[in-house]
Every structure is written in C-alpha cells, then in structure tokens.
Ligand binder design. Structure first.
Ligand code: ADP
Ligand code: MG
Length: 231
C-alpha cells in the first residue's frame, strides 16, 4: 500500500488535512475500490490532450485544497463532448473558482471519464470518539439528506455486515430492481464497503472519508467523487 502512505505523508508534510480528489482516488484504487479514469491538467492544452486519451464525454473538476465542495464553486462541468468544450470549460472552472474564493490555491483541473448515469449511492466513514472508525452506506441525494435513510457499522466489517447495511435500507427496493431499472450489483457494493473498511483500519489517521457518489450498475460500480480528511 505504497501510494497511500506516500500521499498521506506528503499531505501531513504540507500541513493539509483535506486530500485532493486525485489523491483520494489514487488511494481508493490502491485498495481495489473502482474509480473512473482521471488525469490532473495544469493548463487547457494538457486538459484537451488528456481528454483525447481518456475518451469523450469528459468531466472537468477544480482541484484546490481550499475548495471542498466543488459544485458549490461552479467547479464541476459534466458531459463535455469536444476538445473545444474542454478548453472553454477549463477556463470557466478557473474563473468560477477564483470568483468563489479569490485567494484559493488552484492545483489544476481534474480531467476524467464521464461515468454513465445510474443509481447513486454513498459510502462514508467517520472516526467516532467513542466507537472508533465507523462505516456508513446510503443512497445518494434526498435519501441521505432528507430521509436520513443510512446504515452505520463499527469497522472492521465482514461481507455479511456490508450486505446487511445495503439490504436493510428502506430504499433497498430501489437497488433491487423496479419497473425498467435492473437490479444493482450488490456484490460490487459489498466489495467497496469491505475495501473501505480495510483502508480505514490500516490508516487510523483518516478522520473522514466520503465516496459520494458511487454509481451502482447492474454489473459493477464506480466511484466518481472521493474525499478523504485526515486528523
Ligand atoms: P462535489 O465536490 O460538489 O461533491 P462531485 O465530484 O461529487 O462534486 O460532482 C457533482 C456531481 O456530478 C456528482 O454528484 C455526480 O452526480 C456528477 N459527477 C461527478 N463526476 C462525475 C463523473 N466522472 N461521471 C458522471 N457524473 C459525475
Ligand atoms: Mg460529491
């Protein structure tokens, strides 16, 4: 688990507690949590070149240690279809970020594969002062924010625990297939929960982790946003 330790040590050295999305996703990938393809671009030309490598449609996102909620800052642009769109979205994202937080340090723009739309789920972890590392699972959007339909377990968890966290949600029928929506790959979500448990047990210096959202597909799942906060 070389990359993970390196990234965490580097952040500590720079006195940063919030890892950047590319750092958090590199850690996820090392632990076997599926993430979409990404490359960090420093300028428009690089962004267009990476977009060609990754393939369209493309998503661009601001990368700044001072901007945690990227959409709030106008820092996420989805479904870009041409190099021209990538170049103008790059400019717009930098402009939005600068307006949102004039003194924000901007590391670059993350060029990434656009994952197909699907049911969005959330995997979270927080270090509870009493229980230690805990893991959370829920469905994205209103299910977490309004209905608080989420399940928690103290880590480490077994695959059986992970399965319960998923199937015991009130919204579970949404994952189990309804009308024209095929059932989500529950085993892929169980694997992500178990890998997350493994990661936070190996790294007690992780104070918070958020995979929000993870796209749940009939076959597999993909994390399109990852956030890790260190103590
Ligand atoms: P924020 O920092 O605001 O949480 P996100 O990276 O989660 O930013 O992006 C906001 C939303 O855009 C996500 O909730 C998801 O619906 C969509 N999104 C982000 N990245 C991708 C992607 N690579 N493919 C498809 N949809 C994405
Ligand atoms: Mg997000």
């Amino acid at each position: 688990m070389n990359q993970t330790t390196k990234i965490i040590n580097q952040a500590k050295k720079e006195n940063r507690t919030a890892l950047l999305e590319n750092e958090a996703k590199t850690i996820c990938a090392e632990y076997g949590i599926p993430v979409n393809k990404f490359q960090l671009a420093k300028n428009e030309k690089e962004a267009a070149a990476y977009a060609d490598q990754i393939g369209y449609p493309i998503v661009l996102k601001i990368v700044s240690p001072d901007i945690i909620h990227k959409s709030d800052a106008g820092g996420v642009m989805l479904n870009l279809k041409t190099p021209q769109e990538v170049v103008s979205a790059f400019k717009k994202i930098i402009e939005n970020a600068t307006k949102y937080k004039p003194d924000a340090e901007i590391v670059g723009v993350l060029v990434q594969e656009m994952a197909p739309q699907s049911t969005e789920v959330i995997v979270g972890a927080v270090k509870d002062p009493q229980f230690g590392q805990t893991i959370m699972f829920g469905l994205g959007g209103i299910f977490v924010e309004l209905l608080k339909d989420v399940n928690f377990r103290v880590a480490p968890i077994t695959a059986e625990d992970a399965k319960e966290m998923i199937t015991q949600l009130k919204a579970y029928p949404l994952l189990n297939g309804y009308r024209n929506t095929p059932p989500a790959d529950i085993n892929a979500l169980v694997a992500i929960l178990c890998s997350t448990s493994h990661l936070i047990m190996n790294h007690p210096e992780i104070k918070e982790l958020d995979l929000n959202p993870v796209m749940a597909y009939p076959k597999g799942a993909k994390t399109v946003d990852a956030r890790i906060i260190l103590e």
